[in-house]
Design a protein. Structure first.
Length: 103
C-alpha cells in the first residue's frame, strides 16, 4: 500500500487559541463513526434482493487471506496537540496506510 512519512510537529489552526500554532503529531487508531439503524431503503433492498441468510451478506464471507478476504492495511488517524494550550484534536478521516514513519 502506502508508506507515509509525517513530521513530528506542524503548524495548524487551533480551535481553542483561534490561531495557527505549532502542534505535535501522534498516530492513533482511526475513529469509527456510530452506526445507527438501517435506513428504510436499505431494509427494503435487503428484503427484496434476498440478502438475508448469510448474516446480511449476498455471499458467504471469504476466509482471511483469500483473494477477496480482509484488507491488508488498517486506517490510521492523527492526533494533533497544541503546544500553547495543550488542546488535542483528532483528524476524523482515517487514511489507509501500511506504514507510518516520523521524519
Amino acid at each position: 500500500m502506502v508508506k507515509m512519512k509525517i513530521p513530528k510537529k506542524t503548524n495548524r489552526y487551533c480551535p481553542r487559541c483561534r490561531e495557527r500554532t505549532e502542534q505535535k503529531i501522534d498516530r492513533v487508531k482511526a475513529v469509527k463513526g456510530t452506526r445507527g439503524a438501517l435506513k428504510r431503503g436499505q431494509r427494503r433492498h435487503n428484503r427484496r434482493s434476498g440478502i438475508t441468510g448469510y448474516g446480511g451478506y449476498p455471499k458467504p464471507k471469504m476466509e482471511k487471506g483469500n483473494k477477496y478476504g480482509a484488507k491488508t492495511s488498517k486506517k490510521v488517524s492523527f492526533m494533533y496537540t497544541c503546544e500553547k494550550c495543550k488542546k488535542k484534536t483528532i483528524s476524523k478521516k482515517g487514511k489507509r496506510l501500511k506504514k507510518v514513519e516520523s521524519k
